[in-house]
Design a protein around this ligand. Sequence first.
Ligand code: FAD
Length: 468
Amino acid sequence: MSTALLSALRTVVGAANVMVEGDLSAYELDWRRRYRGKALAVVRPANPTEVAAVVKLCARHGAGLVPQGGNTGLVGGSVPDGSGTQVLLSLQRMNKVRAIDEANLTMTVEAGCILQAAQQAAAARGLLFPLSLAAEGSCTIGGNLATNAGGTQVLRYGNARELCLGLEVVNADGELWDGLVGLRKDNTGYDLRDLFIGSEGTLGIITAATLKLYPQPAARTTALASLETLPNAVALLQMAQARLGAGLTGFEVMNRFSLSLVRKHFPQLRQPLPEAEWTVLLEQSDTESEAHARALFEGLLESAMDAGLITDAAVAESIEQSRAMWHLRESIPLAQPEEGPNIKHDISLPVSCIPEFVAKTDAALHAAHPGTRSVNFGHLGDGNLHYNLQAPLGVDGAEFLRLHEPSVNTIVYDAVTAYGGSISAEHGVGALKRDELTHRKSPVALQMMRAIKRALDPQGLMNPGRVL
Ligand code: FAD
């Protein structure tokens, strides 16, 4: 059976694009190195027609399909299981920008287009595609939409979902749906686009998307501010929202320990402020001018200082300094594995509950797991925390995870549930949170999700075992 399937796949995409031998770890091992699978083959189609033919063949042979873009997902959704029976469908070769419509402020790109390439294509026309995240040099638009990625500018522009107007999708029957509309209004029944966004490859393969563009801001200002408490960070957020309105494009928070990890493992990165309990990175985009942006921003920081919300601040004087500030923030997840094993949670909560959640949950975790250290950082403006627990120094990674992860997750997710939060703010469910989802989502919601899955993928071949 598999020999017949492989030979038919070779006919469709060419033998060079059906990879079965050699080092396939770039496709079979996930970014966090927690999931290593074995694919029947890595198949790399060149266009939607080839994708449709591959899906039809897999359906005929009953082979599961795992779509993959940049393989930067953090929940084990983009790699095959260990059975050696699933086809890994890589969208890598489908990376073209098909069209940019400047008057309509839209851009149509193929699913395998790297996020950074899409940003650059928009910038070359003087426009902005605002989705931005640390993995933007290797993640793809298809993966961003399949996971409904968030990132650093959600506060102003929304998640990937809010940035997408239309999709082209190959469904589980191998039929190509052309939904590449560039319309901001279209109330013609069920929103199929929104069904596929965030479905993590479990309902169909996204092959292209029409995305929203924005005018480039005239100026961007970035600052770091030191704070003594987390409630002060929430008050600063409120003040910034009131003073800057839609101009506030980024509001990231970092606790002392998370920046101390960056100091320790990346000492070459200059930290402009002395250590503080909490540090906030704020960014403002202004449509008027650099001078207007600076005046507003400095006024805000002065008021925050007068109100006792911040104790120190540094405003970036150049694009390089602004990039360096973001680089500090983005280096936290890279410093964590350098320090040792850690348990990650990508959670969201009502912003107003975050200080109490962190105080109580930190205390509960440190009492139950002595020696662990809290790495708390994230997109506070969106109520999204990367709420991570670092193992005590020198412990064995696998042993630490085996002994502590279940109990740590229970403490964190029980608290998230109690405060009305979500166990996955932006990374999705994948394989990592699938079982947790069945305990945390309402039975009615799960029943409707399963009904949708059965209706669109009755053979259960689209990214099997993920999400549900
Ligand atoms: P992959 O990892 O290849 O796939 C992710 C999921 O989407 C899988 O389930 C896969 O099957 C599915 N999929 C991929 N392509 C398609 C397609 N064409 N059709 C259907 N399904 C598909 N996420 C955030 O939201 N915000 C962040 O700030 C953020 N920061 C990150 C920082 C780092 C350093 C890293 C490594 C990851 C970060 N992520 C973040 C995780 C984020 O989900 C991914 O980086 C990105 O959105 C996934 O894109 P990808 O192309 O790598 O997808």
